[in-house]
Design a protein around this ligand. Structure first.
Ligand code: NDP
Length: 497
């Protein structure tokens, strides 16, 4: 497969990546205390894209000190909720004004198609900030009638949790920053954000907009660096009150251990192996298109990717052929090529990981109806792949691949599908395709997943909570539920006799 790697770069982005990018601490752009930098790569070519200040323990120390001071004694705490909301809204406006630039940055740093970043990642991030700006004035407690005798006025206050460490992954770099920053700022917390080493650029550019919007110094600190150093120091820091993490289940468990030192609060959005169930009574054309997009959107690098496709036996061949035909049509190439529908995977590690899974699948007896290999001779491209002859005990069916690889399996009896769909250590998302509305809702009730889509897939909204059952995580992102991650409740009881 020939892969066109287009060289043109947006002029403002070219200027942004030309110099080593610094980290944001206490409202200032700084080099790492060690003076070290690390490279970020263009996944379409494998070439170095930019150099980034490499934060580690010392930089995290400074950033946490700044966030602590901003939380304990800075102007941020004296601002009204309305003022906080207006700042978040202003950040959304600034981001929207720079949509094109951010879409370029995402495409260059992560590999995703510019055209998709422009209509999905950037507007969803803008929308998240706007939605959360509205919440700043609506975080309320309750008055509580109590029955303990005497006369009391009892009420609750929902207070910001304090200094928050936020560690985010590379699959939606800007959007993950917005999912994390938006609610924390609406609640009145201060933040130290660590972007993924593979994709630090959009968070750093967002940091410039944070300062332009007028957030007080120390409210948002952004420290790029490696997980094992900067990330681990943030998760373990005794002056951090809460850590919010999105990434692998394996690292999620390390975060829990690291947080134990000061028993900081933890929220986790982790991996998935989501079942996507197609019944014979579904509108098969939309089920086929939806099932292809469920796995191939963002090159399968989605925690909620529909990676286990279960199809009722009588329509299995038709659905598998349909999804394979969709896969064949996908134009794979550089994210900056306007024709591209699927870019490269984010890194050489991810490429090797996905190819390793494909080999494991083949050695256990799986067959590729389409795809199955690395694509192109440079960059980190993998062919969109549909695997058949797969069974529940295979590695490719049990483990999260995080690439454009779906395993298709038939089922005969609708009763058998619930236990099979739920047979996973993960529980992030699931989908059901059927015209039988009763069956759809019965399935939704029985599927052990934080999100169930019916006759659709990958529908996200800032107002819709998202998060995992089982080992897919703790807590919810988005919706008003995410505010629970960043607030704590104080009960006040006054004797008014
Ligand atoms: P990680 O979980 O390692 O990375 C997510 C974030 O955690 C990054 O910012 C990373 O830093 C940081 N991190 C890594 N180690 C530590 C640590 N010990 N303490 C604190 N922070 C840490 O995911 P990978 O990038 O390694 O991807 C591996 C797999 O994880 C994927 O194949 C996929 O299965 C899953 N994944 C799931 C995601 C999701 O959305 N739920 C997103 C990304 C990956 P850095 O990268 O900078 O070193």
């Amino acid at each position: 497969m020939g892969i066109a790697v287009s060289p043109q770069i947006h002029p403002q982005v070219a200027e942004f990546i030309d110099k080593p990018r610094k980290m944001l601490i206490n409202g200032r752009w700084m080099n790492a205390a060690s003076g070290k930098t690390f490279p970020t790569y263009n996944p379409a070519t494998g070439e170095v894209l930019a150099q980034i200040a490499e934060g580690d323990r010392d930089d995290i120390e400074q950033a946490v000190r700044a966030a602590r001071k901003a939380f304990d004694s800075g102007p941020w705490r004296r601002m009204t909720p309305s003022e906080r909301g207006r700042l978040i809204w202003k950040l959304a406006d600034l981001l929207e004004q720079h949509s094109e630039e951010f879409a370029y940055i995402e495409s260059l740093d992560n590999g995703k198609a510019f055209n998709i970043a422009k209509v999905a990642d950037v507007p969803l991030a803008v929308d998240m900030f706007r939605y959360m700006a509205g919440w700043a004035t609506k975080i309320e407690g309750n008055t509580i009638p109590i029955s303990s005798g005497g006369k009391f006025l009892a009420y609750t206050l929902r207070e910001p949790i304090g200094v928050v460490g936020q560690i985010i992954p590379w699959n939606f770099p800007l959007l993950m920053a917005a999912w994390k920053l938006g609610p924390a700022l609406a609640a009145g917390c201060t933040v130290v954000l660590k972007p993924a080493e593979q994709t630090p650029l959009s968070a750093l550019r967002l940091g410039e907009l944070v300062m332009e919007a007028g957030f007080p110094e120390g409210v948002v600190n952004i420290v790029p660096g490696y997980g094992e150093t900067a990330g681990a120091a943030l998760a373990a820091h005794p002056n951090v009150d809460k850590v919010a993490f999105t990434g692998s289940t394996e690292v999620g468990k390390l975060i829990v251990h690291a947080a134990a030192g000061n028993l900081k609060k933890v929220s986790l959005e982790l991996g998935g192996k989501s079942p996507n169930v197609v019944f014979k009574d579904a509108d098969l054309d939309s089920a086929i298109a939806g099932s292809a997009s469920a796995i191939f959107f963002n090159h399968g690098q989605c925690c909620c990717a529909g990676s286990r496709l279960y199809v009722e036996k009588s329509v299995y061949d038709r659905v598998v052929e349909g999804v394979a035909a969709e896969a064949k049509k996908i134009k794979v190439g550089s994210g900056l090529d306007p024709e591209t529908q699927m870019g490269p995977l984010v890194s050489v590690e991810q490429l090797n990981r996905v190819c390793g899974y494909l080999e494991a699948g083949f050695s256990e007896g799986a067959k590729a109806v389409v795809g199955g290999h690395k694509a192109g001779d440079r960059g980190y491209f993998v062919e969109p792949t549909v695997l058949v002859n797969t069974k529940e005990d295979m590695k490719v069916v049990k483990e999260e691949i995080f690439g454009p690889v779906v395993t298709a399996m038939p089922f005969t009896d609708p009763e058998e599908i619930i236990p099979r769909a739920n047979d996973s250590e993960y529980g992030l998302a699931a989908a059901v395709w059927t015209r039988d509305i009763g069956k759809a809702h019965r399935m939704a009730e029985q599927l052990r997943a934080g999100t169930v889509w019916i006759n659709c897939y990958n529908v996200f909204d800032a107002a819709l909570p998202f998060g995992g059952y089982k080992q897919s995580g703790w807590g919810r992102e988005m919706g008003h539920e995410v505010l629970n991650n960043y607030t704590q409740t104080k009960a006040v009881c006054a004797n008014i006799a």
